[in-house]
Design a protein around this ligand. Sequence first.
Ligand code: SAM
Length: 245
Amino acid sequence: MHRDLISRLAHADHPIAAPLDDDSVRRLLDRALSRGDERVLDLGCGGGEWLLRALTACPDVRAEGVDTSEVALAHARKAAGALGVQDRLVLHHRAAADFAASHAFDLVLSVGAAHAFGGLLPTLAAAREHLAPGGRVLVGDGLWLREPSREAVEMLGDFANLPTTVDRVVADGWTPVYGHVSSREELDGYEWAWTGTLASWALDNQGDPDSAEALAVATAHRSEWLRVYRDTWGFVTLILRPTAG
Ligand SMILES: C[S@@+](CC[C@H](N)C(=O)[O-])C[C@H]1O[C@@H](n2cnc3c(N)ncnc32)[C@H](O)[C@@H]1O
């Protein structure tokens, strides 16, 4: 089964592909979209859920999303049509690091997609290139809640704890103007939704040639989460303004 298809099935009940619940997403977008007529870019937009919520909440916002997954972009396109916001959404099928626009953006989002740039600071460097004067960045990335096992680092990558993460961002020339650390309920809710929705699809579609593989992937993911990283991995979402300029 293609990884993008697994991800699409797994996110059916939790369309934000990161451990944030609907209230947290709404609060972060409220803070990030202070005018309501911003031009918004999402680097690694996936199914476009952050953009769809911004476009639905703010009728004057215009948005662009970039992602390498055609499956995710097709979902975003269809959802935008169903919500009647397709005229204000442009989707680009390409690597986020290769994306170039002829105009700048008031808000640059990148949530759970820092691997596309090689880490948090390179993601911020890319966002800065797209940012209009006075603009903001909304970035979400992993962190360690406590010392991780070597297995967890090998599985998820090397993160820092919360204060070190924020210190690094500040030293890189950004000022956090808001932030959200995902709660235990949000972290667990995301993983239960990912594994449970995929497993349910497998059980509901036992005649499908992909059913057995989908169930195996859900089972392996749940086991890795519970055994390797549930107690150590967390997630922070920051709204940032350039400290100078
Ligand atoms: C965890 S998902 C997050 C999606 C979305 N930001 C959200 O919060 O719902 C990560 C996304 O990054 C995309 N991605 C991975 N590598 C990428 C790259 N080099 N350029 C653009 N997107 C990429 C994946 O296809 C996936 O949709």
